[in-house]
Design a protein around this ligand. Sequence first.
Ligand SMILES: *Cc1c(COP(=O)(O)O)cnc(C)c1O
Ligand SMILES: [Zn+2]
Length: 402
Amino acid sequence: MTFLSHLECGRCAKTYDADLLRNLCDCGGPLLVRYDLKAAAASGFRPAALAGRVSSLWRYREVLPVRREENIITLGEGMTPLLPLRRLGEALGLPNLMLKDEGLNPTGTFKARGAATGISRAKELGVKAVAMPTNGNAGGAWASYGARAGISVTLVMPTDAPAMSVLEATAVGAKAYMVKGQITDAGAIIGRSAQANGWFEAATLKEPWRIEGKKTMGYEIAEQLNWELPDVILYPTGGGVGIIGIYKALLEMRELGWLPENVKLPRLVAVQAEGCQPIVKAFQEGKTVSEKWENASTVAQGIRVPKALGDFLVLEAVRATGGTCVAVADADTMWGLEQISRLEGAFICPEGASLVAAARMLLKDGWLQPQERVVLLNTGAGIKYPDIFKSELPVLEIDATI
Ligand SMILES: *Cc1c(COP(=O)(O)O)cnc(C)c1O
Ligand SMILES: [Zn+2]
């Protein structure tokens, strides 16, 4: 069962009933889901209790927001592998480098986590139709979970969204509109038309439930490392839900008593693309919110988010853990992709590959120490991006009659 308690504004801390359908706080801030963690701990929710549970994110049921079992919409998301990267680590000079590979999720990206909790809770609260702006992967995931739940899904995506995710979303029955512009433009269209169309708006952080699925990455990393946290986690940051979620999970685990009170939390690193780095800029300028990034452009489309609603929460998570923010050029991202593919057999998405370049940079700067335990949080699979890969390998032809 869940220990869901209430919703709390991430900006002004005003609280709301968790069982009412709601987007944002009256102040415009994103709402975060709160649980009665004391009661959860007292009920016996502790690491040892996880043994033998389902191998998906639903193993953390007590701190997920679905009340009734039958409302859970799952395709088996979560519990992705945490892999040592021995060959890449050696090449970079980071022997304790690891990859949390979210490419193994249903729909090929970690967006499945947020879609699972978001759609499940939407179903539980009686939602019949959702709509969202997306750069592609969230659309594919929400469309898939929506189909399984019998909830209609409407998407607005930039015209240059990866073809595979448009195909994926429409194949499972979503309605997809394409807009010449950025995800922020798509979001404005949804915002204007949601009410008239009876759509529940499910844009990043515009509803409280998506982040709950994504936070389970934090629980899993801790569990997979036997409750010894890594020193650093690098995360490719667009809207920032993943990094905010991981930070939320760390605080929850500490409150649950799963981590020592004085535990040193991993330093969280928000990685963005040089062509769209509003949060990096805000971090460097010592600001608490970001400004919209003009003419955003990067090969890593999942992190092409010119202005994130939760930017202040990303900055808070980074600063509170002693982390940092860095931007990576597309050419370095493609370099990272080649390195991790060839040395590890991990054909990952460009967003994830940007972390390889970021790790190299941070080591060179002395920000990372060689022996530190570093997790690269790869958000998706390379096979979702056939359009960006031009194979430079010679394809050898062979005569079929030989
Ligand atoms: C959405 C997405 C991201 C960014 O996720 P946020 O949590 O919104 O920052 C990164 N990588 C991929 C592949 C994505 O689809
Ligand atoms: Zn508020």
